[in-house]
Design a protein. Structure first.
Lengths: 251, 263
């Protein structure tokens, strides 16, 4: 399908995307859309190609073949315009440890050329309940506080598309709950499109409007959580995950 | 090219230096010790009556200018290492920041470092040895500017190697510039080198700059030929090395190395 045909509803259009690293195919000819205001879950076992896909969508890895369009523009030729409207967060990324939370947010705000920087920082710090840590050095943050900081840096730029790579991994249930609630509410109010990866199947069912299941770099299932569960004749998404993951890993 | 994004990167490094004693020490401590040691050597040489015209100017001037080159190179290479150590490269290059803006920001950072270190060394030299490098006058300025550009060239080369080979290559941020020191002829004239190395030295911009500096010291005038050679070589090498950096950056993106640098 040409990029322009589905432009009205899709903010992200991925077509025939592949990434091969010397002798290994990480992502194998995948195509999908993310619609405006949609949360798309990207599910799959370790090494299925989820993170590589997100890195290609962020322009950090060059695809071997295939195209990525966002807002109707080709990422390969309109990188700056697209990335101005996109952000990401992940449990596995970090921010400069020797800067305070507020200093890190200021640098990001300048990097995205935001206006009214102090106001934006005050707002996001309040929204994510970070008032008590805003002047704390990043190296002194707990993992939960660090997750909130990386989420704050992503949300503060008011992106239209957000990539979240396991944003709640290794966090305690209370913080996971707070982050999920915040994301859901924020996504509804701002009409944000989100690509979400997680290993937590319940979280995936709760968060995602639609799910793509990746296995060895290929899309093996796509639909709502209910549709996928029915298609594989399992009781829940976790059973589907286990069935597909065991198929990938062998008996 | 966005000035705002360049300022963003500069502010990130300013925040870092503001509270890092170790980083401030790097700016003050080593240059100060270098100057003390070389200052005593020049005093000794003068006392034993070595027939070296203007030994103080010769060595202290060369030392201050060598530090200009060294700090200009470090301003670029260490700025990249800071991002690598902080695992911040993903945050930077997943933002609208361009490679060109990144390079301009690190080059500006290197000018700020050179200004701080150079200013302090001039002050120390004046206070402890009554040596005023500014007595060489404005004729020195184009040589200093050329040294800064030479530092950028070595810094960008170092950064692209670190980006390509990761943490195992980070020692180059401190060591690479010394590879150029023998043929840059910082403390001795080119003619003392063996013929093969002399030929090599003539294509190294800093060798022309230090030869020129010695010319300024002995004649009081800037040797235009050396200046033109240094400027021409610097211009050519800078274009080549920036193109090389873009090429390496694209290779790293293609091989997925940009997201793994520092791991």
């Amino acid at each position: 399908m040409p990029a322009s045909d589905s432009m009205a509803s899709s903010v992200v259009e991925v077509r025939n995307l592949s990434k091969r690293f010397q002798g290994f195919t990480a992502v194998d000819n995948i195509s999908f859309d993310i619609k405006k205001g949609e949360i798309l879950g990207l599910l799959g076992p370790n090494g299925a190609g989820k993170t590589t896909t997100i890195h290609m969508l962020l322009g950090l890895i060059t695809p071997t073949i295939g195209s990525i369009h966002m807002f109707g523009l080709d990422l390969a030729t309109h990188r700056e315009t697209i990335l101005q409207q996109v952000n990401f967060s992940s449990t596995y990324i970090s921010m400069p440890f020797s800067l305070t939370v507020e200093e890190n947010l200021k640098v990001i705000a300048r990097l995205y050329e935001l206006k009214h920087i102090q106001q934006r920082i005050d707002d996001i710090v309040k929204k994510l309940e970070m008032e008590d840590i805003r002047h704390r050095l990043t190296r002194k943050l707990s993992s939960g506080q660090m997750s909130r900081l990386t989420l704050a840096k992503a949300i503060m730029t008011e992106p239209k598309v957000l990539f979240l790579d396991e944003p709640t991994a290794s966090l305690d249930p209370d913080i996971v709950n707070k982050i999920k609630s915040f994301l859901k509410e924020y996504q509804r109010s701002e009409g944000l499109s989100i690509l979400y990866t997680s290993h937590n199947m319940r979280e995936m069912e709760e968060m995602s409007d639609r799910i793509i299941f990746l296995q060895r770099g290929k899309i093996v299932a796509e639909g709502t959580a209910t549709e996928i569960i029915q298609r594989y004749g399992q009781r829940d998404l976790e059973e589907v995950f286990l069935k597909l993951a065991r198929e990938q890993n062998g008996p | 090219m966005s000035l705002g994004r360049i300022v963003a990167l500069l502010s990130r490094h300013m925040y870092l230096y503001k509270r890092s004693f170790a980083r401030l020490l790097e700016i003050f401590y080593w240059p100060f010790l270098d100057l003390v040691v070389w200052g005593f050597i020049t005093i000794y040489l003068e006392k034993v009556g070595m027939s070296l015209h203007g030994a103080v100017s010769f060595f202290l001037g060369a030392l201050i200018l060598w530090d200009v080159l060294f700090r200009a190179q470090q301003g670029i290479a260490v700025s990249f290492l800071e991002e690598m150590w902080a695992r911040n490269l993903m945050n930077l290059f997943a933002s609208p920041l361009t490679v060109g803006e990144y390079l301009v920001a690190t080059m500006t950072m290197s000018v700020l470092k050179v200004t701080a270190v150079g200013g302090l060394m001039m002050l120390f030299a004046w206070v402890f040895y009554s040596y005023d490098i500014l007595q060489m006058g404005l004729s020195l300025l184009p040589f200093v500017l050329n040294l800064v550009i030479s530092g950028w060239i070595i810094g960008v080369l170092t950064t692209s190697i670190i980006m390509r080979f990761g943490q195992q290559a980070e020692v180059l941020a401190w060591g690479m510039v010394f590879l150029f020191q023998p043929i840059s002829c910082v403390f001795y004239p080119i003619e003392v080198l063996p013929p093969v190395l002399q030929s090599l030295a003539w294509i190294v911009p800093p060798a022309h700059i230090f030869e020129g500096m010695r010319g300024v010291l002995t004649t009081g005038n800037a040797p235009v030929t050396h200046l033109l050679w240094a400027t021409g070589l610097n211009g050519g090498f800078l274009l080549i090395i920036v193109a090389w950096f873009y090429h390496t950056f694209n290779i790293c993106k293609d091989r997925g190395m940009l997201v793994r640098v520092g791991e």
